[in-house]
Design a protein around this ligand. Structure first.
Ligand SMILES: NC(=O)c1ccc[n+]([C@@H]2O[C@H](COP(=O)([O-])OP(=O)(O)OC[C@H]3O[C@@H](n4cnc5c(N)ncnc54)[C@H](O)[C@@H]3O)[C@@H](O)[C@H]2O)c1
Length: 279
């Protein structure tokens, strides 16, 4: 089977949370293009329906479900609806996060993070992922297991000067992923986290200042920042049987952002000025 074969995920049913926009939407399109039937789960139903229409126009199968991930009853209803429509669940991609501009601006250093922003980040990003896992794992077990993929960030691993709540929520997801891997591995469920670098989705293209893009690009080892497709391809791999011996892992998909010394950029500039990298 070729690497991007249309039937690589044939027969599988996938849930992607936060799939109405950004990386989740691209991942849903890629999973569907490889044969999975996909549930597009998002708080924004209209945009989720737009992604379903795109998938169907390309010959795939998908359904849109409106869910606020802070509501356990809505999440339970979502898992039931997917099982009812598609008969099984094989893949859960915990991708959704509260990342809109007001949320990011209220989530600053620990003395200046609003309690509402803290609660919302933890509620949507971590508690929501836990609840989706809680209600999807029993459905996966009925058919012998599945693959759960959690979207985390370098913020969950490294200290930084802002986004305190977001960072805590992403660290929680890494722990959640390992707990699920340990608790359900013997029953056929794999759980992995992907630690994503800076990816220019449509929203980031418009809302992130150019200077910040350049600061972040300098810290990536790749010529460009990430694209949604580069993330979606890794999720598709982790959803597929090709990754069947990978579980409990946190995999950087970040262009080397978290792989190098913090001194690398200023040192490179220093060496540039000196005309040599002799130490
Ligand atoms: N884009 C990046 O550079 C980057 C970097 C590191 C990690 N990530 C992670 O990747 C994932 C996707 O990021 P993105 O850039 O595509 O974000 P995005 O803001 O474009 O998409 C997030 C989606 O989550 C949905 N959502 C928000 N609150 C919700 C709720 N309460 N219930 C249901 N859905 C809700 C939104 O409607 C939206 O469709 C996130 O987990 C993010 O933390 C992204």
């Amino acid at each position: 089977m070729s690497y991007s074969s249309r039937d690589r995920l044939a027969g599988k049913v996938a849930i992607v949370t936060g799939a109405a926009h950004g990386l989740g939407a691209e991942t849903a399109r890629v999973l569907a293009s490889q044969g999975a039937r996909v549930a597009i789960v998002d708080i924004n139903l209209e945009a989720a329906q737009g992604v379903v229409a795109e998938i169907e126009a390309a010959g795939g199968e998908a359904m849109a479900i409106k869910v606020d991930l802070t509501s356990e009853s809505e999440i339970m209803g979502m898992a039931e609806a997917v099982e009812q429509r598609f008969g099984r669940i094989d893949v859960l991609h915990n991708n959704a996060a509260a990342l809109d501009v007001p949320q990011r601006q209220a989530d600053r250093d620990v003395c200046n993070v609003s309690i509402e922003a803290w609660d919302r980040a933890l509620d949507v990003n971590a508690r929501g992922a836990m609840l989706c896992s809680k209600h999807v794992v029993p459905v996966m077990l009925k058919t012998g297991g599945g693959s759960i993929i959690h979207s985390t960030s370098g913020f969950g691993q490294l200290g930084d000067v802002t986004l305190t709540a977001y960072a805590a929520s992403k660290a929680a997801l890494m722990a959640l992923s390992r707990s699920i891997a340990a608790q359900f591995g013997k029953k056929g469920i794999r759980s992995n986290a992907i630690m994503i670098g800076f990816v220019l989705n449509d929203h980031a293209q418009k809302t992130v200042p150019e200077e910040i893009k350049q600061i972040l690009l300098a810290q990536h080892l790749t010529p460009q920042l990430g694209s949604p497709r580069q993330i979606a391809d890794v999720v598709a791999f982790l959803a597929s049987e090709e990754s069947s011996f990978i579980t409990g892992a946190t995999i950087p998909v970040d262009g080397g952002f978290t792989s190098h010394s913090p001194a690398m950029v200023p040192l490179s500039e220093y060496f540039e000025r000196q005309g040599s990298n002799k130490l």
